[in-house]
Design a protein around this ligand. Structure first.
Ligand code: TNX
Length: 452
C-alpha cells in the first residue's frame, strides 16, 4: 500500500473548508468502483479515468454500486462536499459543475500516474467558489493557436477550476473565426502572413469553433467569444475596404494598437456588425458575447459613445449578455452589460459608476493578472508595459479592494489575460500561464480568509 502522496489540504485553489482525518484514509484497490448519477454520468467517467491512470485498475462506473459515490442536488452552484472515509468516498455536489469541481480536487489528491493501490487522504472538504466567473483570455488573433492547441489549453486550465475561456478572435493583425455572410474576413485575413510578424496564420471554421465550444463545455468551461470593435479592426478592413473611411486598408503585422476604427456614422457598418454578432451568437451557447471596445484611439470620443450605445442592444437582440473592456463604461450601460477592468490605475470613475448602477464587473488588472507580462527582467517571451508580474504579484491582491466603489457585490469575477504578441508556440503559452494562472485561480475561487 502506498502512503498518501498529498495532504487533504494540498489543493489549488484552496478549498473553503478542510477537515483532515488521518485515521480515515481511503485506499483505492483493484475492486474499487465509481457510483455516479444520471446528472453526473460524464463526470463519474472522468473521475474513473483519473483513478485508472493513478492505479492501472479497471474502475468500473455505474449508477448502482461503488465505494466512490456521487450525489447531486444541494448547495450553491458549483459547490460540493467531499467526504473521504476508510470504506467510502462520497461527493455530495450541488450540480454537475460542483461534481466536476470535486473531481478536480480529487485528482490533485491522487498520484497523476502509477500502478497499484493508491491512497486518498481521509477527512472532509466543504467547498464552493467565491466568484462564479473565473476566466482566462487567450489571444488567438495576434498569434493563432489551432483547435488542438486550444483544447490542450482547456485541459490545462480546467483542473484549477477556471470556468471561462475568453477567445480574443479578432484584431488588427488577423480575423480568426469564419463568418459565412462575410467570408473574406478569414479567406483574406485569416491565412498566411497574418498575426504579429506574419507568423500566426490560421482561423477556425464554424464547425471547428462549435467543436471547441462543446469540448470546453464537457470540461465545464464556457467559451466567451470576443469580436473587438470599433478599434482593433484593421484585419476586417483589409478584407472589406468598404469598412474604412478612406476606401482602402493595408495589412499590418506590427504590434501597434489604436490606429484602426470602424466608421461610426455609416449605416453599412452596422450591417457588418449585426451580421457578425448574429453568427457568433448562434454559434455560442454560453451567455456572454464580448464586444471589445478597448483602445479605440482612432475613434473620436463622441463617435465611440454612439457606437457602443448602438451595439450593446444588438448583442441583447441575439440573446447574449455583452461584456466589453472598461472603456464601454463611458456610456450608460444596460444592466446586463459587464465592463471588464484591465488597467493599472488605482481607480476608474466609469467602472465605479457602472457598479453603482448595478452592473457586474470582471476584474483583470494588467499589473496583476496579465499573463503576457514578463515575470522579471530575464523573461522571454513577454511584454512589460504593466511592469513585471511575478507569481506573488499575481496572487497577493484582492479583487474586491482593487477599485474604489467596486466591492465584492459588484464583481462577476476575475479573468487573467494572455495576449499573444510575443508568443510563438504552445510552449510559450504554458511558460506564461504556469504557475501564475493557478495563483489567479485561487484569487477567484477561494475565500479571502483561506489565502495566505
Ligand atoms: C492592451 S488589454 C490591450 C491589448 C494588448 C495588451 C498587451 C486590452 C484590452 N488591450 O490590445 O494585446 O495590452 O498586453
Amino acid at each position: 500500500m502506498r502512503e498518501p502522496t498529498t495532504e487533504l489540504g494540498d489543493v489549488i485553489p484552496a478549498p473553503a473548508e478542510v477537515w483532515p482525518d488521518p485515521a480515515a484514509d481511503f485506499t483505492v484497490h483493484s475492486g474499487t468502483a465509481v457510483r455516479t448519477t444520471s446528472a453526473t454520468a460524464a463526470v463519474g467517467e472522468a473521475l474513473a479515468a483519473a483513478i485508472r491512470a493513478a492505479t492501472g485498475y479497471r474502475i468500473p462506473v455505474s449508477q448502482t454500486a461503488g465505494s466512490i459515490a456521487f450525489t447531486v442536488g444541494t448547495g450553491p452552484p458549483e459547490s460540493y462536499t467531499l467526504e473521504v472515509g476508510p470504506t467510502e468516498v462520497t461527493i455530495a455536489a450541488s450540480d454537475a459543475a460542483g461534481a466536476f469541481a470535486a473531481v478536480q480536487t480529487l485528482r490533485q489528491l491522487l498520484p497523476l500516474t502509477g500502478q497499484g493501490d493508491a491512497t486518498i487522504p481521509g477527512g472532509r472538504i466543504v467547498d464552493r467558489p467565491r466568484f462564479g466567473y473565473r476566466g482566462v483570455l487567450l489571444d488567438v488573433a495576434r498569434h493563432f493557436f489551432t483547435s488542438d492547441e486550444v483544447k490542450a489549453y482547456i485541459d490545462a486550465i480546467a483542473p484549477f477550476k477556471i470556468n471561462h475561456l475568453h477567445l480574443h478572435l479578432t484584431d488588427d493583425q488577423g480575423w480568426r473565426l469564419e463568418i459565412k455572410s462575410w467570408p473574406e474576413l478569414t479567406s483574406v485575413s485569416g491565412g498566411r502572413g497574418t498575426g504579429v510578424g506574419g507568423a500566426g496564420a490560421g482561423f477556425y471554421t464554424q464547425e471547428e469553433y462549435a467543436d471547441l465550444v462543446s469540448y470546453a463545455a464537457a470540461r465545464f468551461v464556457t467559451i466567451v467569444p470576443e469580436i473587438d470593435m470599433p478599434g482593433h479592426v484593421n484585419a476586417a478592413q483589409v478584407a472589406y475596404p468598404e469598412l474604412t473611411a478612406e476606401g482602402a486598408a493595408r495589412p499590418r503585422t506590427d504590434a501597434a494598437v489604436g490606429y484602426s476604427s470602424l466608421v461610426v456614422g455609416r449605416p453599412e457598418t452596422y450591417v457588418f456588425v449585426e451580421d457578425v454578432l448574429r453568427e457568433v451568437a448562434a454559434l455560442t451557447p454560453g451567455p456572454y458575447l464580448h464586444i471589445g471596445g478597448d483602445e479605440a484611439d482612432a475613434t473620436p470620443p463622441a463617435d465611440y459613445r454612439t457606437f457602443i450605445t448602438k451595439v450593446l442592444p444588438l448583442v441583447a437582440r441575439y440573446g447574449k449578455r455583452p461584456i466589453g473592456w472598461y472603456e464601454i463604461a463611458a456610456v450608460d450601460l444596460p444592466e446586463s452589460a459587464v465592463p471588464q477592468f484591465w488597467r493599472i490605475e488605482a481607480a476608474s470613475d466609469g467602472v465605479a459608476r457602472a457598479a453603482a448602477n448595478g452592473n457586474k464587473v470582471i476584474m483583470s488588472p494588467a499589473d496583476r493578472v496579465y499573463l503576457d507580462m514578463k515575470y522579471d527582467v530575464d523573461s522571454r517571451p513577454g511584454l512589460d508595459w504593466a511592469g513585471y508580474v511575478e507569481v506573488r504579484r499575481a496572487y497577493d491582491w484582492d479583487p474586491a479592494d482593487r477599485l474604489p466603489g467596486v466591492g465584492e457585490d459588484a464583481l462577476l469575477g476575475v479573468e487573467a489575460a494572455l495576449w499573444s504578441e510575443t508568443l510563438r508556440s504552445l510552449t510559450d503559452v504554458q511558460t506564461m500561464t504556469f504557475p501564475r494562472l493557478p495563483a489567479v485561480a485561487e484569487v477567484a475561487w477561494s475565500a479571502r480568509e483561506r489565502r495566505d
